[in-house]
Design a protein around this ligand. Structure first.
Ligand SMILES: C[S@@+](CC[C@H](N)C(=O)[O-])C[C@H]1O[C@@H](n2cnc3c(N)ncnc32)[C@H](O)[C@@H]1O
Length: 156
């Protein structure tokens, strides 16, 4: 199952970029025997100033047809890392080819797009900067793959 991160904004040389690259490379390597990965990053940038609706249109276009969708939102469900690994395993076993994780911009994710997601995932009630959320998501994807592989990275 391919893992897509559809996110508003361009990371370019942001300090979080090396973290995202490191963890996604690790997911690609460790996830291969589990049929999870690669991680594919799709960055969208609404230059027309269309706000959340404009960003949502670009995000929808970036989400592969038929993909399962998890929207990152502080109002979503908090999960333990083992729970998240089970979600990934169940999604992989569903037979769908793609899972997409959506990260919004400064104003968040358009409510219509958020409500259409299969899962709303929260990293706690606090609001985190969107670039940091990419790095946190990439790390949790690697942690989930490590849990499913039975390697000792995750210690509960
Ligand atoms: C700066 S936040 C936007 C917050 C915005 N005020 C809102 O109401 O959603 C940018 C993006 O980072 C992600 N994000 C921020 N904090 C999060 C959290 N605690 N859990 C999950 N995702 C979060 C969400 O995808 C959000 O759309």
């Amino acid at each position: 199952m391919r893992l897509h991160i559809c996110a508003v904004g361009r990371m370019k040389t942001a300090p979080e970029a090396s973290l995202v690259n490191d963890y996604t490379t690790r997911v690609d390597r460790a996830g291969r025997p589990l049929s999870l990965g690669p991680v594919i990053l799709h960055e969208v940038d609404d230059r027309k100033g269309g706000g959340m609706a404009g960003e949502a249109a670009l995000l929808r276009r970036a989400i592969p047809d038929g993909s399962l969708v998890c929207a990152l939102d502080e109002r979503g469900r908090t999960m333990s890392s083992p729970d998240f690994s089970e979600l990934l395993r169940d999604w992989r076993d569903s037979g769908r080819q793609d899972a997409t994780f959506v990260i919004g911009g400064a104003d968040g994710i358009d409510p219509a797009l958020r409500d259409s997601a299969d899962q709303l995932l929260s990293f706690g009630k606090m609001v985190w900067p969107h670039m940091l959320v990419r790095a946190m998501l990439a790390e949790q994807l690697y942690r989930a793959v490590s849990i499913l592989s039975g390697t000792p990275y995750h210690r509960a």
